[in-house]
Design a protein around this ligand. Structure first.
Ligand code: UD1
Length: 353
């Protein structure tokens, strides 16, 4: 392989692509970087490029937001000419966002091999848009890089030939390990000593008025005993405003840069989230995580790590928080190959092909 084209679009993609871009550059291979523009706010995109030391993209497709169909279609339409012009030997796609599936579709029809970083994860819940993206992307991929062995098992069960699957570990943890010293040096900036760190952005939690109001009420109750630090995703911020929900009891912050957010994760008494990646980061850091979802595509964070699924059971959330406050938190271990070397393993495999 001589020329790899990378496609990124949304915040979690940047964290995953950075170590792979670096490792491939070190091996002297040619690279092209395409940013679809799915995330475009400075604090959802530019600041991640700077902190993660990602080079300026060769192309920015500037697709912006839209319905799933229109966003996916627009990425495909604008991406196809780039592939035709650059003619890469392989395209690498990351994670499970709309940019991932759109790029995989375009390349597979142009007979360009596709590599999927973070392959094989399954929540078995097709109401989640990311699950559809994961299934389709894996189906179309020629080289599948898995973060944990449950991913290999899922792919084998779906009939993916064994020789296409490579268990390489978790690439998000490469970025975490590299920037942990910077995060530990990050000024505390007036944040409380003891706090719960909250993030919330899944459509199933924030797009329905009753559900979002109930969740914010539960968090307001929690905030009577434990300070809450809540950087708010633009989608959630929009819904809170649109629904006219009173969030005065909660201090809502703008989305934070990678290093500042990592710093908060290391110091949090507990993290309450519906994100995928944060379940993994807290497992690595050994910080308790309560996930506001009924299922997870990252089961290893529950079986080996510090993650507990509380679903939409507010009673369970309060009960688990109580245990954590009493110091009776779940202890975890670091899953295999979450060691900061995943980008190197991916680059070695691609270099050898
Ligand atoms: C996307 C991913 C999700 C991932 C999340 C991380 C899909 C289907 N979902 O969700 O898996 O966990 O990114 O953040 O790809 N918006 C802005 N500024 C931005 C980006 C978005 O204001 O820079 C607002 C827009 O109103 C937009 C909404 O957020 O409509 C949702 O953005 P979108 O990219 O569709 O999905 P996310 O919810 O960010």
């Amino acid at each position: 392989m001589n020329h790899i084209l990378h496609v990124v679009g949304a915040r979690p993609n940047f964290v995953k692509a950075a170590p792979v871009l670096r490792a491939i550059r070190e091996r002297g291979m040619r690279q092209t970087l395409v940013h679809t523009g799915q995330h475009y706010d400075g604090n959802m995109s530019d600041v991640f490029f700077t902190q993660l030391d990602i080079p300026e993209p060769d192309f920015n497709l500037e697709v912006g937001s839209g319905s799933h169909a229109s966003q996916t279609a627009e990425i495909m339409r604008r991406f196809e000419p780039v592939v035709l012009e650059r003619k890469p030997d392989l395209t690498l796609v990351y994670g499970d966002v709309n940019s991932t599936v759109a790029a995989a579709l375009v390349c597979s029809k142009l007979l360009i091999p596709v590599g999927h970083v973070e392959a094989g994860l399954r929540s078995f819940d097709r109401t989640m848009p990311e699950e559809i993206n994961r299934i389709v992307t894996d189906r179309l991929s020629d080289v599948l890089f898995t973060p944990s062995e449950d991913g290999d098992a899922n792919l084998l069960r779906e009939g993916v030939p064994k020789e296409r699957i490579h268990f390489v570990g978790n690439v998000m943890i490469d970025s975490l390990i590299r920037l942990l010293p910077a995060a530990r040096n990050c000024p505390k900036n007036g944040f409380p000593e003891r706090f719960a760190l909250v993030t919330l952005h899944r459509p199933s939690n924030v797009d329905d008025f009753e559900t979002l109001r109930e969740l914010l009420n539960a968090l307001a109750r929690v905030s009577k005993d434990l300070n809450i630090v809540f950087p708010v995703h633009p989608r959630t911020r929009q819904r809170i405003t649109e629904f006219g929900i009173d969030s005065q009891n909660l201090r809502l912050l703008d989305p934070l840069p990678y290093i500042e957010f990592l710093s908060l994760q290391t110091r949090a008494a507990v993290v309450i989230t519906d994100s995928g990646g944060i379940q993994e980061e807290t497992t690595y850091l050994g910080v308790p995580c309560l996930t506001l979802r009924p299922n997870t595509e990252r089961p290893i964070t529950v079986t080996s790590g510090t993650n507990i699924l509380v679903g939409d059971d507010r009673g369970r959330l309060i009960a688990e928080l109580g245990k954590i406050m009493e110091g009776k938190q779940k202890k975890g271990v670091t899953p295999p190959l979450w060691d900061g070397r995943t980008g190197d393993r991916i680059a070695n495999i691609l270099h050898g092909v």
